[in-house]
Design a protein around this ligand. Structure first.
Ligand code: C5P
Length: 217
């Protein structure tokens, strides 16, 4: 089932470290299908905020079975409240299992026009794409991440104080690293890319050099 030789790129990172930006650049350069897995947890996080009382594993399963990729483009998923809710529901093993099944088909059987897939999230290297051809752990200092996220919120016209952005990232970092199922951690076989002092372009150049070396061999 998983035999067709495709390029697979797995990226794990804490929130707002620049993984999404790099994943998009990788997907464009190598013609890979990109799945931002955080959006799926955000989608469920939003479902929880909207249906406090009716929220159940059955509802999540039903919604994920019927999930279309276009649903993940909803701008409401970008809010801070949804991000925090996502981090809370992401601790639940059953929810992670439901998301896992959804992700596997895109990871190993991306639409035919692509040469492979690139997934980013918290448990991509450790759980979802353990045998990925490329494994990157992308990170940046908490202050740089908070500044970047704050700028993003501003550009989306979302009103939030810088300190609340920082606080929210700290809560999510802690929860994502310390939870029992699918915690964020760097594996020994993944390549560390620290984006704190690097431009988007400089980061991508690093990644591209690593990928080209292996792909051209
Ligand atoms: O990446 P993003 O910030 O959109 O992710 C939102 C939340 O979803 C994370 O804080 C994390 O709790 C959860 N998540 C996860 N596993 C992933 C991707 C995201 O638990 N693979």
């Amino acid at each position: 089932m998983k035999k067709k030789k495709i390029i697979t790129v797995a990226i794990d990172s804490p929130a707002a470290a620049g993984a999404g930006t790099q994943a998009k650049l990788i997907s464009k350069k190598y013609n890979l299908f990109y799945l931002d897995t955080g959006k799926i947890y955000r989608y469920i996080g939003m479902l929880k905020l909207k249906n406090q009382k009716k929220f159940s594993h059955a509802l999540v399963k039903h919604k994920i079975n019927n999930l279309k990729l276009s649903n993940l483009k909803n701008k409401k998923l970008l809010s801070n409240d949804v991000a925090l809710s996502a981090a809370m529901i992401a601790k639940d093993k059953k929810i992670r299992d439901i998301v896992h099944s959804f992700q596997q088909k895109y990871a190993y059987k991306p639409p035919k026009k692509y040469n492979g897939s690139v997934l980013d999230g918290r448990d991509i290297i450790t759980v979802q794409l353990k045998d990925a051809m490329f494994k990157f752990f992308i990170t940046a200092s908490i202050n740089v991440r908070a500044k970047r996220r704050y700028k993003e919120f501003k550009s989306l016209n979302k009103k939030i104080a810088y300190n609340d952005v920082l606080k929210s990232l700290r809560i999510r970092d802690k929860s994502d690293k310390e939870r029992k199922y699918g915690p964020l951690k760097k594996t020994k076989d993944s390549i560390l890319i620290n984006t704190t002092k690097l431009s988007k372009k400089a980061c991508f150049e690093k990644i591209k050099a690593i990928m080209d070396k292996k792909l051209n061999n």
